[in-house]
Design a protein around this ligand. Structure first.
Ligand SMILES: [Zn+2]
Length: 272
């Protein structure tokens, strides 16, 4: 069990991979910031179209990443990621939304699910938590964007629920991975926000919040893991990369480490 970086098909291209997802049934990957063609603060594999990088370079980067994983970039589907908790069900008809043009990505949505083979779901991150889901029994996948707002809104629990409602997935069958994202080591929050999390998740507070008043740290990876367990996933079916993007900003784009002006890594998953 674990998360590792595997050399891709180009110099400097590294692909993050989890052991939890059976390779005969799913494709998936996490990008790093290396192996692409963007420059400056977006160097080099920036995959976000909404961050004022040159669109042609971002699209070229997206193709590099998708093709290295054997995925069809034309069918790769994205959403606008508005820090909400809406989940969209992707059918063949929406496939490819937003790959070439941000304005065409699925609006008002922070999580995607699909059971259409070879339709990759792709979301973008710079410290927020990527949560990848796969149901081998019903051949379905999900992907969620867990920033503090999405996590507060239980987006990952909503994504599991959407897989149950739409594909008949059973939580005990679902495999999950928590991708590289800001760790509690680097995620200090205000006392007001800490109080909100304490009130919303009283049963988790001892595990997700640490430190004294005025220096409280929040563990978003843990909060999402606890939500998955509460939703009925088995502990042995949840893999956490345990990688802090802010501590490892040489490898991953980090909003905090780069003071807001930075690129985006991506998480991607599809049914084979
Ligand atoms: Zn850290």
């Amino acid at each position: 069990m674990g998360f590792k970086l595997i050399a891709g098909n180009r110099p400097q291209l590294w692909l993050g991979s989890f052991d939890i997802f059976p390779q005969d049934k799913f494709r998936h990957g996490i990008s790093t910031k290396h192996g692409g063609c963007s420059q400056g603060q977006y160097a080099s594999l920036n995959l976000g179209l909404h961050v004022e990088d040159e669109a042609e370079k971002v699209i070229a980067n997206r193709r590099i990443f998708c093709e290295a994983l054997g995925m069809d970039s034309e069918k790769t589907t994205t959403c606008q990621q508005v820090h909400g908790n809406n989940v969209a069900v992707i059918t063949e008809k929406q496939s490819g939304a937003g790959f070439l043009d941000f304005s065409q990505s699925i609006p008002d949505t922070d999580a995607l699910i699909t059971n259409v083979p070879e339709v990759p779901l792709m979301l973008f991150f710079a410290d927020c938590t990527p949560i990848l889901l796969a149901d081998p029994a019903h051949r379905a996948v999900g992907l969620a964007h867990g920033g503090w707002k999405g996590t507060f809104g239980s987006i990952v629990a909503k994504t599991v629920e959407a897989m149950q409602d739409n594909y008949g997935s059973r939580p005990e069958d679902i495999l999950a991975a928590i991708g590289p994202s800001i760790g509690s080591c680097c995620y200090q929050i205000g006392d007001d926000l800490a109080e909100k999390f304490r009130a919303r998740f009283p049963e988790f507070q001892a595990e997700i919040l640490s430190g004294p008043e005025g220096n409280v740290h929040l563990d978003l990876q843990k909060t999402n893991t606890l939500q998955l367990l509460q939703a009925g996933l088995k502990p042995e079916h949840i893999e956490n990369a345990h990688v802090c993007t802010c501590c490892h900003s040489e490898q991953f784009f980090s909003y905090r480490a780069d003071k807001g002006k930075t690129g985006r890594i991506a998480a991607i998953i599809s049914v084979k």
